[in-house]
Design a binder for this molecule. Structure first.
Ligand code: DGY
Length: 323
């Protein structure tokens, strides 16, 4: 029996590409550049499955492609806001994602950003590299203490929960969270989290606010000028979720005018474009969407797509079906 044809839109870790070839007739985007709309549309007519990433916008227009051959979209990523799942459903296409395997890598990176911006790690590193350092002195580059401070989480799902545990158990932080669909009281206790009933409390009373909610239309610009203004001027914002949860222009204003103390950002509203003003600010730490970027995690994500696809083509329900 011939193998199903799959198109992989970006390079994957070698071990996973190799494993894919055992089970599928694989076409990989070897130049590793994002596919254009017409290339994505063409891919849907040529393959039984498409394996895109966060950089591929699979919208209703792309999904209008004819004649449609694709029956499965296996997203390489837990967030699937790059895919119009309603349009996929209406074309009879199953969509899967890669939850669980990137939880700790992403939570680790949220903590890294939190520590880096509070302790001026980026700024300090640039200082040493530029040979500006003249030696230790008691008032040099003083940052903000992290241990024991109050961390507010917007979203306490898998990644938010892992951040909570690391912060409360590792850094003795006082962690509070808002989530419209909170986990059980037992889980909250294990994570060391107090639940609050509105985002307002999180913004008004936290020393650090970290975002861990999905990029739904309702969450677009959840962090706006008003919410930023309600934060403590000594507080920091951390975003490892999705760029459009934050109104980036409002954030730039807030950072420039001292409305908040700083921000640690792994995601941006118009990725890979970053608002110019951010690039020159010392009170921000900027990363190129690295949340899940460990070898272990990126391999696990690929193997998760593979597992879902194998189940699908055997006629079984894939574990991580989201549409
Ligand atoms: C995800 O999985 O949603 C990340 O943002 C990309 O790895």
């Amino acid at each position: 029996m011939s193998k199903p044809k799959v198109i992989v839109t970006r390079r994957w870790p070698e071990a996973v590409e190799e494993a894919l070839r055992e089970h599928f007739d694989v076409e990989v985007r070897v130049d590793d550049k994002p596919m254009s709309k017409s290339e994505l549309m063409d891919a849907l007519t040529r393959a039984d499955a498409l394996f895109p990433t966060v950089t591929d916008r699979i919208d209703a227009e792309v999904l209008n492609s004819e004649p449609m051959r694709c029956r499965l979209i296996g997203n390489f990523g837990v967030g699937f806001n790059n895919i119009d799942t309603d349009a996929a459903k209406s074309r009879g296409i199953v969509v899967t994602n890669t939850p669980d395997v990137l939880t700790h890598a992403t939570a680790d990176l949220a903590m890294a950003l939190l520590l880096a911006v509070a302790r001026r790690v980026g700024e300090g590193e640039r200082h040493v590299r530029s040979k500006a350092w003249t030696g230790w002195r008691p008032t040099h580059m003083m940052g903000t203490q992290v241990t024991g401070k109050r961390l507010g989480l917007i979203g306490i799902g898998r990644i938010g929960g892992a951040v909570a545990k690391k912060a409360s158990h590792g850094f003795d932080m006082n962690v509070q969270a808002y989530d419209p669909f909170p986990p059980s009281a037992d889980r909250l206790k294990d994570l060391g989290v107090t639940l609050v009933d509105s985002p307002k409390t999180i913004f008004e009373t936290s020393d650090f606010v970290s975002l861990h909610c999905p990029a739904t239309p309702e969450n677009r610009h959840l962090v706006n000028a008003e919410r930023l203004a309600s934060m403590n001027p000594a507080a920091f914002l951390i975003n490892t979720a999705r760029g459009d949860i934050v109104d980036e222009a409002a954030l730039v204003n807030a950072l420039q005018s001292g409305v908040i103390a700083g921000a640690g950002l792994d995601v941006f509203e118009q990725e890979p474009k970053v608002t110019d003003e951010l690039l020159t600010m010392d009170n921000v730490v900027l990363l190129p969407h690295l949340g899940s970027a460990t070898t272990e995690t990126r391999e696990a994500m690929g193997f998760r797509v593979l597992k879902n696809a194998r189940a699908f083509f055997k006629g079984e329900e894939p574990n991580d079906r989201v549409a």
